[in-house]
Design a protein around this ligand. Structure first.
Ligand code: FAD
Ligand code: NAP
Length: 303
């Protein structure tokens, strides 16, 4: 029986593990893949205080490294269901189960799909959701980036290291991204914009993307464009289906908590991107993690 099991080793989960372990609790960090979460998919982090500029995988490594010495157990598995038994919680992965007095849900968010014809067909054959993973395969290509948020603009800038040109297509005429990123993209000669437009279809030849069909949402005009690759950054969906029976989510699936990160189920906490919140960033994820690490310590002491 663990004092707490943290599901998800992104920045939120790793920080919760650090705080809980430093309170001498018996802690396990349960992760389905490589520790680091979404940080592993970004090359440049410039807004995490204290580091100036650091790559996502490097920051992930720095967060993970101290945990073993603090006694945090690293468990591997994809959590599929959890059960609340009052004084303890039961967690089920594909082939194992674990018991813990408390649970911290830190499963983050997944990229959203466009759901247009050709997107699934050309996935990994010109369609990508990760510039850091795939950018280098698109040297000297004309690329399309879909979306107007921080991810789209930041990753478009990153792609100019490899691409001949990068076009950002956005469904409105104003970006959602932070001003500093907007200014950098607008000043980049390799970056072009197509406003008020959405992707209608992704087409290809010989198994690879070569054309994207766009529709102007104001005029209704449809046009075809030559692109060798499409990077899609149209937002995130919470990874929370595995708690659907617990009634702790809003209509969109984000988990609702109070200021101590507690859900409405006693002993179950949620932190980071999976939580209903205004700002999804590494800084806010680690802040949530610290609060939850402290909250489980109080919960265990009081019960
Ligand atoms: P995540 O990082 O999503 O981690 C969740 C973890 O849970 C993952 O490791 C996942 O494998 C694991 N998991 C999920 N489901 C299960 C399951 N069922 N069982 C077991 N494990 C599971 N923020 C910034 O502050 N600065 C930036 O520069 C920045 N750049 C970004 C660039 C991109 C391209 C993206 C996509 C995001 C960026 N962000 C940035 C946002 C930031 O990465 C997230 O806000 C942050 O990673 C959220 O942390 P988290 O721990 O809540 O979740
Ligand atoms: P986001 O902020 O939700 O932005 C999604 C973008 O995609 C929006 O511009 C949205 O348009 C557009 N969009 C949504 N659905 C669409 C569709 N079906 N077709 C076309 N366009 C669509 O998502 P994100 O950019 O992935 O960022 C997620 C979180 O990570 C945010 O909290 C962000 O701040 C954070 N992040 C931070 C950094 C950083 O700090 N440097 C970097 C990356 C990500 P509208 O604008 O019209 O809604």
């Amino acid at each position: 029986m663990y004092d707490t099991i943290i599901i998800g080793a992104g920045p939120a989960g790793m920080t919760a593990a650090l705080y809980a372990a430093r309170s001498n609790l018996k802690v396990a960090l349960l992760e389905r893949g490589v520790p680091g979460g979404q940080m592993n998919n970004t090359a440049d982090i410039e807004n995490y205080p204290g580091y100036g500029h650091i790559s996502g995988p490097e920051l992930a490594e720095k967060m993970f490294e101290p945990l073993e010495a603090l006694g945090v157990e690293h468990l591997f598995g994809l959590v599929q269901k959890i059960e609340d038994h009052g004084s303890f919680k039961k967690i089920f992965t594909e082939d194992e189960s674990f018991e813990s007095k408390t649970l911290i849900l830190a499963t983050g968010a997944n990229h959203r799909h466009l759901e247009v014809p050709g997107e699934a067909e050309y996935n990994s054959r010109g369609v990508s959701y990760c510039a850091v993973c795939d950018g280098a395969f698109f040297r000297d290509e004309d690329l399309l980036v879909v979306g107007g948020g921080d991810s789209a603009v930041e990753e478009a800038i990153f792609l100019t290291r490899f691409a001949k040109s990068v076009t950002i297509v956005h469904r409105r005429d104003e970006l959602r991204a932070q001003k500093v990123l907007q200014d950098r993209a607008l000043a980049n000669e390799k970056i072009h914009f197509i406003w008020d437009s959405v992707v209608e279809e992704i087409k290809g030849d010989q198994g690879r993307v070569n054309t994207v069909v766009l529709k102007n949402v104001k005029s209704g005009q449809v046009s075809q464009h030559d692109f060798g690759g499409v990077f899609i950054y149209v937002g995130l969906d919470p990874v929370s289906d595995f708690v659907k029976d617990l009634d702790i989510r809003d209509e969109a699936g984000w988990i609702i908590t109070d200021q101590q990160m507690a859900t409405s189920v006693s002993g179950i906490y949620a932190i980071g991107d999976v939580r209903q919140k205004d700002l999804r960033q590494i800084t806010t994820a680690v802040g949530d993690g610290a609060l939850a690490g402290q909250a489980v310590y109080k919960y265990i002491t009081e019960h």
